[in-house]
Ligand binder design. Sequence first.
Ligand SMILES: C[S@@+](CC[C@H](N)C(=O)[O-])C[C@H]1O[C@@H](n2cnc3c(N)ncnc32)[C@H](O)[C@@H]1O
Length: 561
Amino acid sequence: MLRYSLALRSAASGIATNLIPAEAALLETSGFIHRVKVLNLPTKDMNSVSTLFKSLGVKQFKKSPRWDYAYINFKTEEAAREAMQKLEGTQLRKNTIATEYSSISEEAFNKRHEDKRKEASEILSNDSRTPAEKLADQVTPLYKIPYDEQLKTKNKSGIKHIFKLKKEIARLKDVSDEGKAQISWAFDHENKPCKFLDPIASPEINGYRTKCDFSIGTDLEGNKSVGFQLGLYRDGIISVLDPADCLNVPDTAKTIVKSVQDYIRFSEYDVYDKVSKQGVWRALTTKTQKSGDVMVVVQMNTETLSEEQVSKEKIKLADYLTNLKTPSNEKVNIKTILLQIWNGVSNGMNEKATTEVLTGDGYVYEDLLGSKFRISNNAFFQINTPATELLYSKCAEWCEIDSAKKTTVLDICCGTGTIGISMAKKVDQVIGIDMVPEAIVDANFNAEMNGVSNVKYFASKIEDKIDLLIKSNNEQVVAVLDPPRNGVHSTVIRALRESTQIKKVIYISCDAKQAQPNFIGLCRPISKRYLGTPFKPSRAISVDLFPHTEHCELMVEFVRD
Ligand SMILES: C[S@@+](CC[C@H](N)C(=O)[O-])C[C@H]1O[C@@H](n2cnc3c(N)ncnc32)[C@H](O)[C@@H]1O
């Protein structure tokens, strides 16, 4: 029971597990599964593990970001031993890799998966909650708690992480007296580590999610369905349930889900089955912006379809979605419809897949802090627009741009350029960087559309270009970091420290626990690895972009003299 509820919590919190089902490999095997356990891998850093395995021709493996090991299944013992030979002793991020071999009969392996599925379905059948309640508990786990209390709890959690930072800094080993003087704030037991401002509530607490990713599958009765997946695939639970009672999903998205479900139920093609890897309809994404613009992306597996069948389906689907009506018979303003063709094994929308624009121009637009932003399918955009406006205007306020000084804002992980463009008119220049090329194309377009010409954008991983960015000297340089959940590479933090021009870093984190190593990197005393005067936290604030969930943005200002 505990295992199941943990699985549900993990899915509910929206944290990606990065588990790539080994079952995919199993389908192609016969007789025995030859399994290699790869040990001493870095935790969290899935990219370097993926790159290492890809260099061996291995695309599928099983690893959670928390594990320091992974499993790879091979069709033959020879292939497994060959991979072991290549991996054994390899250095990956200072870890020396070791391997272990085991084999299991395919029958036993399948039985284990089937047992898990049975166990999970027994748990489900003993659960007295309605399917809607189960899903609401998973997607919006705090929904029964009054919003004020949700906010208080999230605020406390943000504060706790800054206190933890103070403790971790004070606990650092082998720090000289000089080093201790650099981090004296961490030994100050009289005062808080920094100023904590009152949390900012989300102006809207229901239906705020402008982007929703839905699965297509079958419900608990086996009917074709569109919605959220209940539980986790690895636990053998692959039911897809109606999001009608999920408080964070907007009504327009619910209308689209229901309509696409009707369409699919009438379709001659089946839904995609994640175990057998058969079927056509796979996933649906909706972007329902506050501006009124709507984007719909449908994902299909076309492996078994002829070109003619695919062409017919494109016309039929576009025609159907273009004429969608709300329950009160109003037309849904679908501005653009996209079809993603993905025949690979990984689930969910895939940046590498071919995505064709069926209607419209392939973009939606959103208004934010007086500017207009174009958003393409693959670009990140915050999912709660009114709360984002509060977050970014607070960020601009904290940047304390001195109009008498020539100032550069570094918009690190800039997405479509929101933070920099909304501040550009007050500063000398904005330099932005993001690893998603489409986001940078959008950022350049957005700057021009808003009459902003003092911006420069780079499409690159920040860790590859940070040296170039910090060369941008000016009288004042402020770095704003709005990175993904797991923060930025330590090279980025080290470079920011080494740039003497930068006196202030504003760090916006959607997961303060995972950002902790970055916070520590900014604040730790000077060492051989960490040069440059350390920063210290000066103020922090929680801004809730995700009501009814456990997530919250924490913005921290780090300063130094
Ligand atoms: C939380 S979003 C913030 C985006 C933007 N500031 C906004 O609010 O729209 C994080 C962004 O970091 C980008 N990203 C993730 N890893 C990156 C990396 N290593 N280098 C550069 N950008 C990265 C993602 O593409 C995404 O746009």
